[in-house]
Design a protein around this ligand. Sequence first.
Ligand SMILES: [Zn+2]
Length: 413
Amino acid sequence: MNSPLYMTLKDEICEMIEWLASYGKTENGGVTRLLYTKEWYDAQQALKEKMETFGITTYFDDVGNLFGRLEGTEDREKVILTGSHVDTVIDGGKYDGAYGILASLLAAKTLFAKYGSPKKTIEVVSLCEEEGSRFPLAFWGSGNITGRYTIKDVQTYKDVNGVVFLDAMFRLGFGKGRYKTPQRTNIESFIEVHIEQGEVLEKSDKSVGIVSDIVGQKRWQIEVKGESNHAGTTPMNLRKDALKMASELIVAVSKLAVEKFPGLVATVGHIEAVPNVGNVIAGNVLFSLDIRHHQKEVLAAYCQSVMMYIDEISKREKMDILVAEAVDISPVHMDEQGTELLLNIASDKSISYKKMVSGAGHDSQVFGTYCPTSLIFVPSRDGISHSPKEYTKADDLENGIIMLMEMLYRAAY
Ligand SMILES: [Zn+2]
C-alpha cells in the first residue's frame, strides 16, 4: 500500500474501490451487498470509520443511510448532498454505486484537507438501497430522504427467504427511531457521480458524461386474443392466429420507433404464447413493451401512435387486443444551472465530455423531482454493468472526481 502522502487521487480511488468491494466479495470477483445483510452493514460501518479518519463527522438516519458532514462556516442549515448507493445487485460489480460514494468522499476529503471547512455545508451520503435486489422495491434510501417512502410502505415485504423487511431492519438497530428521521427538508442540491452502465461514452471516446435528462419509462402488457385451433385443418383465411398478430405488432412498434421517433427506445423482451404447442394455432399471446425517452411529449406521441395502430389492426383482423400499463415513470430534467456549470468545468479542466441523456434511473431520478440535481457519468468498459466484469479506467475515475470536486468547491467554498 502506498503511503497516503504520496498517493495521487487516481491511486486513492483505485485502492478504495478494491477496499469497499471486499465487503461482500463473491468467488468470481463480483460483489453481493444486499440491503440489511451483514456485508451491507459491515460496508456502512467501514465507510463510517473511513469518513471519521478523514476528519468528517458522521451519522446514520433511521433507515441506514450514512452521512458524512462538513459543516459550513456561513450557512449550516442548507446542505449540498453528494453520494450514491452502497447496495449492489447479486454478483454485481465493484463500481455501481460504490464509485459514487467514494468519489464524493474523496472530493470532500481533498477539499477539506486543502481549504478547511466549507462556507456551505456539504454532506456525503452512502445511500442504503437503490437496486431493489433483496426486497421488491427500489430507491429505499433516496426515497426516504425525499419523502417518497416511509416505513409504512414496506410492512408486507419479504425477501426470497421469507425474511420480513422490518425484521431485517430492526435486527441492525434501524427503524426504531434511534437515529435521525430520514425525511429531509434542508437539501439544497444533490450531485451524483455514477458509472454510465452503457457504452455511449466509450464509443465516443469521452471521459465524462454530463447528464441533461433521465429518461422516462412506460411498460405495457399487451394481450392479443385469438382462437386456438388445429394447425392442419384450419385454412389460413379462417384463422385468428394471436401469435401472427403479435409478431406483426412487435415488428411495427420497433419500426415506428426507428422511423418516426429518433432517440426513443422500444423493447419487447417478454412473450408468452398459449398453448405454446407446435401443432396448435396460438389462441392467446401476452407480451411486454418497454418504452423510454427523456421527453414526456415524445413518449405520449409514440404511445398514441402505437394505440392507433393496435386499434386499426385489431379491427382488420377481428381480434381483441388489450393494453395494460404496468409502469409509468416520468422523465426527469437535471438542474440546468448545474449542467451548465459542469460543461464549463469540463472545458476549463480540458476533460473530454459528452452532454447526454441517461437511459437508467439512479438515485438522481428520485432527487431530481425534489431538489436541483446533477449527474456525472464515467465510462463503463463495453457498457457492462451489474456484473463482476464491470470496469472503469483509473483516468476516468479520477476525472469524475475532479468534476465533482470543482463543482463542490464552486458551490460551497
Ligand atoms: Zn447504481
